[in-house]
Design a protein around this ligand. Structure first.
Ligand code: GLU
Length: 469
């Protein structure tokens, strides 16, 4: 049976990189009716924080990447880690190393000057120097020579030179295991069949293989996922605007869109197809189709994808999703005036990438806009007198427009002939009109907006604009 796991350390919030790893583990397990486990690797007491753990659990739940059973807390497994350590020590496969930090630093520096990879070959390994049990840290006695090779499902055969690993550390104390030891013991305990994780862990794999061999644990299969890169092809970081999953949530990205987008970070299905529901991803995803080379995180594409999901949402679902991003007065207005809201929604939706944009893209439907005089003027050329004259003309045209003929087409038919006649072009009329209604440089079509606002409100706003000029 396929058994995968996501094993985050709670030393920071859930980021896209981690979420993508979780997603690939999830999809692979679900595709083959296997199990997907979550293990919180919190043995580093100093760097782990329960708040980050909560952020990780919430983020995965929000994305719908549900794991099987209860999540595992690595710090509660130390009895098992201890048993493994005791066994390695008893069999002479591990030893206590009492070298100080300073001594190790000197050794490392000497190796670097000789252009050798830094590693520690310990003279405590054979009991050559005195090292009382319990003193220093525990190291694996690495007697391996030649190549350590494993088959990576994404990269093919990967090899490391065994001697270059040195006698690597496995625990600070019997009850304080380090990552490589804990991960090997816990993966075996869960019966993990496929270790799917970030490429940054590839150099840990040979150490883990040596530990497995020493403990008589069968090797799982490996798949190391490509790095996620920013637009400039350097490793994705905050600098690229990369944010935590929770921040994407707060900005108003939909979990379905983020899942779809993350699936394409290193994987693609047949042809040019980009849009997949979670169920479709489960059906199509295969680890063998994941690419080796870095996957570029393209925010423009994420925004496009989110727009596609927003547009495809049933109206009620969209309303439910967007309401939390509105001020309470707006919320009340929406609840009281469903037909008004439905018209507003139709106008703003095609222009929205994320739900959080509602505050900016719809404020003028709910509140009278504020603007400076300059904004009312079409380019540099238009004088306040000229703009005022056009607004007065609009006011007269609209006052004689029957209130029951206040649809966008009626207004366009009424106003466009006047606008087209103007010397400076129609912009001299339509620009001040748009700003009077919205207070913005860019908005949906002013005739559409006017129809939603209604005659009284439109005339009031034009009057206010005239008074500003
Ligand atoms: N705790 C490790 C991390 O967060 C897990 C690595 C692994 O999947 O083995 O990077």
């Amino acid at each position: 049976m396929i058994r995968t796991r996501f094993a985050p350390s709670p030393t920071g919030p859930l980021h896209v990189g981690g979420a993508r790893t979780a997603l690939f583990n999830f999809l692979f397990a679900r595709r083959y009716n296997g199990k997907f486990f979550l293990r919180i690797e919190d043995t580093d007491q100093e760097r782990s924080d329960p708040r980050f753990q909560e952020d990780i659990l919430n983020g995965l739940t929000w994305l719908g990447l549900n794991w099987d059973g209860q999540h595992l807390q690595q710090s509660l497994q130390t009895h098992r880690h201890r048993t493994a350590l005791e066994r390695l020590l008893a069999e002479g496969k591990a030893f206590w190393c009492a070298h100080s930090r300073e001594e190790l630093a000197v050794e490392r520096e000497a190796q670097t000057t000789r252009h050798e990879p830094p590693r520690h070959i310990c003279n405590f390994r054979d009991g050559a120097a005195d090292s009382a049990p319990g003193e220093g840290i525990i190291r694996f006695r690495n007697d391996a020579t030649g190549l350590i090779t494993f088959a990576d499902l994404i990269r093919g055969e990967v090899s490391f030179q065994a001697e270059l690993l040195g006698d690597f550390s496995v625990a600070k104390r019997l009850d304080a295991p380090l990552y490589n030891l804990a991960v090997v013991v816990d993966d075996a305990e869960l019966g993990v069949s496929h270790v799917i994780r970030g490429e940054d862990h590839i150099s840990n794999t040979p150490k883990q293989l040596l530990l497995m061999d020493a403990l008589g644990i069968a090797r799982p299969q490996y798949a190391h996922l490509p790095l996620i890169l920013g637009n400039d092809r350097s490793k994705l970081s905050k600098r690229h605007g990369a944010v935590s999953v929770n921040e994407y949530r707060q900005q108003g990205y939909l979990p379905e869109a983020l899942v779809n987008f993350m699936a394409l970070l290193g994987w693609h299905g047949e042809g040019d197809r980009e849009c997949y529901t979670k169920e479709e991803l489960i059906e199509h995803f295969d680890i063998a189709d994941v690419q080796k080379s870095g996957a570029v995180f393209d925010t423009t594409k994420l925004d496009w994808m989110n727009r596609e999901y927003l547009k495809a949402m049933p109206e009620d679902d969209f309303t439910k999703a967007v309401i939390p991003y509105m001020k309470s007065e707006w919320q009340k207005h929406v609840q009281k005036n469903p037909s008004f809201w439905s018209a507003v929604r139709a106008l703003i939706l095609p222009r929205m990438s994320v739900l959080g944009e509602i505050a900016e893209s719809a404020n003028f439907f709910f509140e009278e806009p504020y603007y400076a005089e300059e904004l009312l003027l079409w380019k540099e050329e238009q004088t306040p007198e000229n703009a005022r004259g056009h607004l007065k003309a609009l006011q007269e045209l609209l006052e004689t427009q029957p209130p029951d003929k206040f649809f966008a087409e009626d207004l366009r038919a009424r106003i466009m002939p006047y606008a087209e006649q103007q010397e400076g072009g129609r912009g001299t009329v339509l620009w001040p009109f748009r700003v009077a209604l919205t207070g913005k440089r860019a908005s949906p079509d002013p005739f559409d907006i006017a129809a939603v606002l209604g005659r009284t409100e439109v005339i009031a706003r034009i009057n206010k604009a005239i008074s500003v000029l």
